[in-house]
Design a protein around this ligand. Sequence first.
Ligand code: CA
Length: 486
Amino acid sequence: MTTTIATGSATDTGRLRSANEDAKLVEDRLYAVADGMGGHQGGEVASKLAVDVLRHEYGDSSSDALLEAAHKANQAVYAKASESSDLRGMGTTLCAMALVGDGDDEELAWVHVGDSRIYLLRDGTLTQLTTDHSLVEDLRRNGQLSAEEAAVHPQRNIVTRALGIDPDVVIDTDAVTPFTGDRFLLCSDGLFNEVEPDDLVSILRRYSDPEEAATELVHLANEHGGRDNITCIVIDVIDDGGRSLAASQAIGDDPTSLESQPVARPVGYDDEAGDGQVDVTRAVASVPTAPTGRGSRDDELWDKAVVAESEDHLGGDLRHARIRRITWRVVAFLFALLLIAAGGIGAIGWTARHTFYVGLRGDQVTIFRGHPGGDLWFKPTVEQATSIRRATVPKARLNDLVKGKQQPNMGDARRYVNNLRDEIDSLAPPTTAPPTTAPPTTAPPTLVPPTLVPSAPAPTLAPPSVAATIIPAAPAGPPATAAPPP
Ligand code: CA
């Protein structure tokens, strides 16, 4: 995984100064802006010395090496200032950035002293990475100045920390993981004191070529007065070697869906014209509908917007993909719930319509379809009324009937009723001699009392049933033909 970077830079004396005391350094993997101070000569010497020492002392590609080189630059400027009365009191700001590490661990490390700044434009948002070491920034942080007041404060050029003032200096340092599309801006205060943040963003977004962006920034600062030296370096991450892809996958995106994304796959650094210029519009993103060559400014304005939008588009697709997946999961889940619920309701309904019980309807023993009390909205219905009255039901059976005596099917329900009737009859005073034989254990259809009001076809032949086994041991009553008339 190798990060590919394209840079552009510009510096200008401005409209009021007679000399440019800013210095810049644009090397392979090392970039710096220094803003000198301490009079005409001192300022120029300090800033130039600082970047020269930084370049010379920066050894291995690490953030520690960058910090160490910055300290060496401080010592060098301090020593130089001590040597000559002409240079006494000179100093310089320094903000420097270096691509450090290798492979997966590549980062853009930075160091910072003074009031030059490093910004990062990522996803269209400009963030200031550094904190000014200046009087107005201290006042602002203490709540004594608003950001707007600080921006126009007459003493905003007073720094609280600089290289070359003391033999040692506290240097701010940090690192950023670079992603394709990131655009860093290193600049002196001659830029941001003249150009509003919105204009910075606007230009950084509009000019895809970093050299043109840097030039335009300086141009705008001059248009707005150019009261100070102006320096800026624009650093574009045109290929992160797949880091952003890996990051996207690491946060849980489906790699296959990401692989299939048709847009914003970096195509790499490509100096096609061999002129040292990088076709950023082509390199940042392969957008099928975008112009691929370096075209007019209008093309590049449009290109930059497309790159930004295509990144948004990619993000949008990923977001939508995520939403789609969630939506389908939710739908599938709800559908499964519905199926389960429907299945449950169906089962309850089926059971409710395929079970029976013998209970009381008013004072009449009745066969009901369903469960006593009903299930959900499946209320029991009257299946068959009988001629048996509550008053004749033996006490031992009455409680069952009040609660509803459940039966697995209509045949069993009828047998229960018949048995109940037999039991009632058996309890009645015998009018004839008790039979010598037990009643049949089966319930032939002829036993269905004619008093029953059939609402369903009577079984042609009921099989031996559980009900048959609970026939009381008491002497059986008269034959069924002796059942009371209706
Ligand atoms: Ca300055």
